[in-house]
Write a protein that binds this ligand. Structure first.
Ligand code: SF4
Length: 224
């Protein structure tokens, strides 16, 4: 069964937590439940696999995020946790509610679903910034990290965002990549557009105890 059938219900979406976080200089955060990938190093594998949480309407998410942002005097909000793009109707309605506010909405995504049509929808929002997290530096690494194929879809998402003029930047998880593969990725991104290299954020796995445990399970003796 597609995970969307479990975490999207009409315009509602399942979330497992709302919080303030220190990233981006301070940001109100809604952690959604459910992902279309299975990265073995995932820091939020519990909600991803157990699908914990409850359903919230777009307005409930909006109101909670605004409250957290006001309380902490920050002007940024985001949906994080698992994969925000899974429930498109819900996400677009949340973005509609933030349109016209003075809050910047950061969408953290693996980009797999961001085809031309979806990105065209996102391009309507001018207070939106998308962060696409590449899983590894090529198709082979992507498969080793996530257990499925899809690296090309991630690169296509970057191209679609560029073409539609959406504010975004790529990030790449390099903890399990060789230096040579990383260099090759930089070359590929440069060929696509120099902006992709200039704005690239390099990510390393944060070894929280529950993440360390998952990595050990996957890599055995080679784990941390
Ligand atoms: S894409 Fe993100 S949320 Fe999904 S499994 Fe990978 S690390 Fe976890």
């Amino acid at each position: 069964m597609d995970v969307r059938e479990k975490v999207c219900r009409g315009e509602k979406r399942k979330y497992y937590r709302f919080r303030f976080a220190k990233f981006y200089g301070g940001i109100a955060t809604a952690d959604c439940t459910g992902c279309n990938l299975k990265c073995f190093f995932c820091w939020s594998w519990r909600p991803r696999d157990l699908l914990i949480g409850r359903f919230y309407s777009p307005r409930e998410v909006f109101e909670r995020l605004v409250r957290i942002a006001e309380k902490n005097r920050v002007n940024k909000v985001r949906i994080s946790g698992n994969e925000p793009t899974l429930c498109e109707k819900h996400l677009l309605e949340v973005l509609e509610l933030f349109q016209g506010t003075n809050l910047l909405f950061i969408l953290e995504t693996n980009g797999i679903l961001l085809d031309k049509r979806y990105v065209r929808e996102l391009s309507r929002f001018d207070n939106l910034h998308v962060r696409v997290s590449l899983k590894g530096t090529n198709e082979e690494e992507f498969r080793a990290l996530t257990g499925s194929s899809g690296f090309k879809k991630q690169l296509d998402a970057l191209k679609n965002l560029l073409d539609q003029g959406v504010s975004f930047h790529p990030a790449v998880m390099v903890s399990f990549s060789s230096k040579q593969n990383f260099e090759r990725l930089l070359e590929k991104l440069r060929e696509m557009d120099p902006y992709l290299v200039k704005s690239l954020e390099v990510e390393e796995v944060v070894l929280y105890p529950h993440v360390r445990e998952k990595i050990r399970e996957h890599l055995g003796e080679r784990g941390p």
